[in-house]
Design a binder for this molecule. Sequence first.
Ligand SMILES: NC(=O)c1ccc[n+]([C@@H]2O[C@H](COP(=O)([O-])OP(=O)(O)OC[C@H]3O[C@@H](n4cnc5c(N)ncnc54)[C@H](O)[C@@H]3O)[C@@H](O)[C@H]2O)c1
Length: 261
Amino acid sequence: MAPDMGGKVAIVTGGAGGIGRATAALFRRHGARVALFDRDEAGLVTAAGSDADTITAVVDVTDASAVAAACARVEERLGRIDILVNVAGGGLPRTLDATPPADWDRIVALNLSAPFYLIQAVAPAMRRAGGGAVVTVSSLAALQISLNNGASYTSAKSGVLGLTRHAAFELARDRIRVNAVLPGPIMTPQMDAKIDDATREAIPRKVPLGRWLTPEEVAAPILFLCSDAASGCTGTHLVVDGGLHIGSPTDAATYFARRED
Ligand SMILES: NC(=O)c1ccc[n+]([C@@H]2O[C@H](COP(=O)([O-])OP(=O)(O)OC[C@H]3O[C@@H](n4cnc5c(N)ncnc54)[C@H](O)[C@@H]3O)[C@@H](O)[C@H]2O)c1
């Protein structure tokens, strides 16, 4: 049965980006009213499209007081907050040796502190609404390492799992569930613009499903975790990586080629 999000209000951060936009579109299709937060104003306008029920806020999610003010405006305008999806995030391709402390702080602020600010800001509104659901987008890097984004990203995305567990524990009695999604390689417009041809071709060889995943394939598990279908799930995470985390001494393409000999 398709989840019914009718009457629910969802905040999606990173709403102008690939996974955020796909998530917002899916929630809208299932009846939710959506508030998109992002620092990219033009991207927000495109993501909201002509949907009159979607509101947008240009907000830097690493600014705790701006986050609190934006969440208060959502409750004021849409009457409640039921769902928070922390999608805004990103990393820097730096080795440990080449990471100045300021870069480390920036990446940890974006990927770990910002979800904390948002959870803290929406929890009172969710209590007033009688409960809620939070999903934070971490990364497969939380279980392995990030080859592209360095130790700051790996550490922050790992920290998200601790935040998820702890917030889930503390908020459970308020009927607020808190979970995480760990994407593997997802082809978004930003990703497409950033990678070279070698990476574009290498990923399908490594991933057991044999391809890059789409943002919509991350949005669907997020919707599930926010829906009543996941009413028993809290403090946990779902890996969405085409099987990459299974690991293999060789890449998937080589493995299958050998078997076909
Ligand atoms: N694409 C992938 O392969 C992949 C894999 C694993 C995890 N992830 C995670 O998924 C999430 C979304 O990734 P995506 O691929 O859609 O990226 P994206 O770059 O398309 O979107 C990220 C969005 O976050 C916004 N943003 C960045 N910093 C911000 C800030 N300080 N305040 C407000 N908004 C800010 C950007 O403007 C952008 O719209 C990120 O947390 C990323 O780390 C992505």
